[in-house]
Design a protein around this ligand. Structure first.
Ligand SMILES: Cc1cc2nc3c(=O)[nH]c(=O)nc-3n(C[C@H](O)[C@H](O)[C@H](O)COP(=O)(O)OP(=O)(O)OC[C@H]3O[C@@H](n4cnc5c(N)ncnc54)[C@H](O)[C@@H]3O)c2cc1C
Ligand code: SF4
Length: 512
């Protein structure tokens, strides 16, 4: 059964065996496999329940409806917009469907550095197989590769650079291009269309518009979750709701899972809790083509081609280099990627049909932390601190250069970067100017779609928050199954890695 917050009219006390907090990539997968195994399961999701017929493809409606803070959640220095879905299905409702597994070099790095010897390519084989089948991971059909992405592919191939069409979790995609605003065609197989309804079919209950605030230990090893039914939209408190349970699976994302543990007073003895944040910052590059040269980045699959020539997996940690990927689909984010104010900004807007948009992705090392302020009614505001290290600033500049080189080779007349002060490059002769590009708060705007590592997995509380079963060190029956468990950035798109991690852990939990 799905219960929406507005249908709850008075305080409630519920009981279940396992409570899952959050319904995105991790929570959805965990809920289904628990329910499938016959475990009495409740899912609470702070965001609202929404379906395809509500996805009206308008940015002004969809960001407030489907994203945390309307899609504007900034790091404390204002430099990185940490984007997150926040609704039934979490990030899987608004992401662009790119599907990758964790590179083997990254798994090897985790094994060496964090002692995660049980997380191997072999042990993850079955979880990946199940996840790929369940959300239909397939290479994107060539007919959906739009000109924005197609240009990257063709030009990279001409330059002799490695590039390919990516995989995604779609079925019946019509190439409308609106993935970031929720799929009105039910073609992107997020947890909202797969794991969550399957969990409900198997008997799980999902409560939307319900925020889990804190956990209290009761009767030895059981838990009481103190929750709040929130007003949809503003998320102010409406009613209290408690859930008594034997076990809790936290899957509220790397930004919000630590908040629940900390507010519950369970942070003692967990020095890594809320630390080691990775964001995999992404910088937007815009190519401006001639007026007759139509790119129309907003149709087709928004992000379908990756240039991985410079993704340096040969270095020991698997976290080097950078990747370039086509992106598009929504006008707002592409305008944010264009530089300048007033007339100059408008000039780019007038060329909208002729703009190509590319993302430069830089895998990072743990480099940030989250802390929190709570309002009286339980609403939580995260303070996201993140330090961009010199090493990845250098990789960003190398990536900007390669990206601009590629866009000029594709026929762009100018190439711009998402920033406030640096004028567009007018020709390949300008490439050397990139050395002067200042990566500083107030001057550059990055996006992050991949928050990870604030409850990282490892062997002891000294180096981590959860063990290899994803159980919180020192706490009976409390697990974490979301992006926060990654020891470092998974160095790729995170939905499939998180789904596989939740599948792996929940099957182990059920076996034991
Ligand atoms: C714009 C965008 C594009 C992306 N594109 C891709 C892509 O193409 N491919 C890819 O692999 N990944 C992509 N991602 C990333 C991917 O979607 C996320 O990494 C992934 O969904 C995170 O999974 P999660 O389980 O950690 O949390 P989420 O999916 O973020 O789910 C967490 C859920 O918990 C809820 N919640 C939070 N706090 C509470 C609480 N206290 N009580 C109850 N509920 C709570 C939230 O509302 C949210 O719905 C993208 C992300 C964004 C934002
Ligand atoms: S391109 Fe359109 S139809 Fe295809 S998954 Fe995205 S929103 Fe759905």
């Amino acid at each position: 059964m799905i219960v929406q917050g507005h249908d709850i009219t008075g305080p409630r006390s519920l009981r279940t065996h396992t409570l899952v907090v959050g319904s995105g990539s991790g929570g959805g997968v965990a809920a289904y496999h628990l329910a499938e195994a016959g475990v009495d399961t409740i899912v609470v999701e702070e965001g609202g329940y929404h379906v395809a017929s509500e996805f009206n493809q308008r940015e002004e409606d969809m960001y407030p409806m489907l994203y945390r803070s309307g899609g504007q959640q900034m790091t404390s220095d204002g430099m990185i917009n940490v984007m997150q879905g926040s609704c039934y299905g979490g990030g899987t409702v608004i992401n662009v469907s790119d599907a990758f597994d964790i590179p083997s070099e990254v798994l090897a790095h985790w094994q060496r550095t964090y002692g995660t010897s049980e997380w191997t390519e072999k042990s993850l084989e079955a979880p990946y197989r199940r996840v790929h089948r369940n959300v239909n991971v397939k290479r994107i059909n060539k007919s959906l590769v739009n000109r924005n992405n197609g240009l990257l592919l063709e030009t990279a191939q001409k330059l002799g650079w490695s590039a390919e069409v990516m995989h995604s979790n779609r079925k019946g995609c019509v190439g409308s291009g609106y993935c970031l605003l929720g799929c009105a065609y039910d073609a992107r197989l997020g947890t909202n269309l797969t794991y969550l309804p399957w969990a409900v079919e198997k008997g799980a209950d999902v409560y939307t518009d319900v925020r889990c605030d804190r956990l209290e230990r009761i009767n030895g090893s059981s838990w009481r979750a103190h929750c709040t039914v929130v007003q949809r939209g503003l998320r102010t408190a409406r009613l209290p709701l408690t859930i008594d349970c034997e076990r809790v699976v936290l899957a509220a994302s790397a930004i919000f899972t630590p908040a629940i543990l900390l507010r519950s007073g369970l942070g003692d003895g967990l020095p890594q809790l809320g630390r080691n944040l990775t964001l995999q910052p992404q910088l937007g590059l815009v190519g401006r083509f001639d007026e007759g040269d139509e790119i129309v980045h907003w149709r087709g699959a928004p992000q379908s081609v990756e240039v991985d020539e410079f993704a340096d997996n040969s270095v020991e940690r698997g976290l080097g280099g950078f990747r370039l990927e086509g992106i598009g689909g929504a006008i707002g984010p592409v305008m944010i990627m264009t530089p300048g104010f007033g007339r100059e900004h408008k000039r780019f807007g007038k060329y909208m049909r002729n703009l190509s948009a590319t993302l430069l992705l830089v895998p990072d090392q743990p480099s940030g932390a989250v802390s929190y302020q709570w309002a009286e009614d339980g609403r939580v505001t995260p303070k996201i601190d993140y330090v961009m290290q010199d090493e990845w600033k250098q990789r960003l500049k190398a990536g900007m250069r390669r990206g601009a080189e590629l866009l000029f080779a594709a026929g762009a007349r100018e190439v711009a970067f998402a920033n406030q002060a640096f004028p567009p490059l007018r020709s390949p002769d300008d490439l050397s100017r990139i050395a002067d590009f200042r990566i500083e708060p107030g001057l550059v705007t990055f996006n992050s779609a991949h928050n990870q590592s604030t409850c990282r997995m490892g062997t002891s509380p000294a180096n981590s928050v959860v063990d290899q079963n994803l159980k919180v060190h020192g706490l009976e029956n409390v697990y974490v199954m979301d992006g926060s468990i990654m020891p470092t950035s998974a160095a790729t798109h995170t939905m499939i890695p998180i789904m596989a991690a939740a599948d792996f852990a929940v099957h182990r939990m059920l076996q034991s």
